[in-house]
Design a protein around this ligand. Structure first.
Ligand SMILES: Nc1ncnc2c1ncn2[C@@H]1O[C@H](COP(=O)(O)OP(=O)(O)OP(=O)(O)O)[C@@H](O)[C@H]1O
Length: 407
């Protein structure tokens, strides 16, 4: 291999008229290229040329990223304490495929696993080639170990929400919020005309639904068996709203509690002046406080390095990588643990004369170099997932992808 490489490299350079003494010559750099035969023989190598005042410096570099690493699946699968993995990134990069393949791999390694989609445009059903809609736990078929899926249906929830709030006013809203696990909030805020405020579903409702499910995970018996929970999250913008919602609700509830306290003390002052009995406000405030604690619990879950990890999925284009860097920065700001970055759909080295493939791969390798020099992304464990030539659909295909990605 080494001698074949040297022979081919030398002949390649002579073919483009490489000067005998490069230091005496002023060839414009773009004219110094390796010929296509070299590229097709050694697609994983490319030439870097630099010029200083005295000489040209040639450096042949492997285009396989030097930071390529294994995913560290052994660490991900160790222990039976429940762990949450959230996979997120730009639309269409392969979040669902990576999340579903991770869930299959966890289940096959003995973890009762739940995969949840919080993406309003679900594709878990497509990915598993099975109907998983309906908003309840559905067992995934084709595995020997327990794997369940849950697609939260925000469209239906949004419709129900609108219907109920239009038909029944505050009561409908209460029922709806009850269904979301946020019943106490509506109950306590009823007097503050929450129903009217929520007549139009607020932005972030999908995220609220997802969060309420997380709350259920923490409390309900139904979910206690799962030791691995994988989230297929919505594209970047939604994810950030999802993460900031507990903080938002925490702050809002805090404010409301203070407001209520003020109202209570003002009312009791009036009542004591007029000699009437003090109303039983204490219980209501207690319930609201409990909800606030629950939200704090959720917020802590998202930030718990021991139990939670956000895995960024991207593709090898500069645009997607830049967006991933911004996502990573936002997650860091929110103190959400991020350790791994999957670069999906990497073209394998071309073994044919396909010029398009060679150019495309070169482009992808340049994008990988952007990761190496990005201060946000460079410290992450880089997992490279190849573009495979079969559609990733159904459990066998997901197992196939999982065995490549999660090593
Ligand atoms: N490594 C891969 N090799 C080949 N095809 C892939 C690979 N990863 C994903 N795909 C295909 O790309 C398409 C999009 O993948 P997927 O649905 O997982 O992306 P997504 O990020 O979840 O998309 P969305 O943002 O729309 O939910 C699917 O058809 C999937 O089969």
């Amino acid at each position: 291999m080494a001698s074949a490489f040297i022979r081919s490299f030398a002949s390649s350079m002579s073919l483009v008229g490489f000067p005998h003494h490069p230091s005496n010559c002023a060839i414009p750099l773009p004219l110094i290229r390796l010929n296509p035969t070299f590229n097709s023989k050694f697609p994983h190598l490319h030439l870097h040329v630099r010029r200083n005042p005295h000489r040209f410096l040639f450096q042949v570099r492997s285009v396989v990223s030097p930071a390529e690493a294994s995913a560290g699946f052994e660490e991900m699968t160790s222990g039976t304490k429940r762990k949450y993995y959230m996979l997120g990134g730009k639309g269409g990069v392969g979040k669902t495929s990576c999340a579903a393949s991770l869930a299959v791999k966890f289940a096959n390694s003995g973890h009762p696993t739940l995969v949840v989609s919080t993406d309003p445009a679900h594709s878990l059903s497509d990915s598993f080639a099975q109907d998983l809609t309906g908003g309840t736990l559905v067992p995934v078929e084709g595995l020997e170990s327990p794997l369940f899926a849950l697609e939260i249906n925000p469209d239906k929830a949004r419709e129900d929400f609108r219907d109920m709030s239009q038909r029944n006013g505050g009561t409908g809203v209460k029922d709806f919020m009850d269904g979301m696990g946020l019943g106490m909030l509506s109950e306590q805020l009823g007097e503050l005309k929450l129903g009217e405020l929520l007549d139009t579903p607020p932005p972030g409702l999908d995220e609220a639904l997802a969060i309420s499910k997380v709350i259920q995970f923490l409390e309900s018996q139904e979910y206690s068996m799962f030791t691995r929970i994988v989230f297929d999250t919505a594209p970047t913008g939604h994810t950030l709203r999802l993460l900031s919602l507990p903080d938002f609700l925490d702050a809002s509830i805090g404010k409301i509690l203070k407001l209520r306290q003020k109202i209570t003390s003002a009312t009791s002052a009036l009542k004591s002046v007029f000699g009437q009995e003090k109303p039983p406000q204490q219980d209501a405030a207690g319930k609201l406080e409990k909800l606030r604690e629950r939200m704090v619990q959720v917020r802590e879950l998202f930030r718990d390095t021991d139990s939670t990890e956000f895995v960024i999925v991207t593709i090898p284009t500069v645009m997607a990588i830049n967006e991933s860097a911004r996502l990573s920065a936002s997650l860091k700001k929110e103190n959400v643990p991020v350790k791994r970055l999957i670069v999906n759909q990497i073209l394998p080295p071309s073994t044919s004369d396909c010029k398009f493939c060679a150019m495309k791969r070169k482009d992808q390798m340049r994008a990988l170099e952007v990761i190496q020099s990005d201060p946000e992304l460079a410290p992450l464990t880089l997992i490279q997932a190849p573009l495979v030539d079969v559609e990733i659909r159904g459990v066998p295909a997901l197992k196939f992808l999982g065995d490549i990605v999660w090593k």
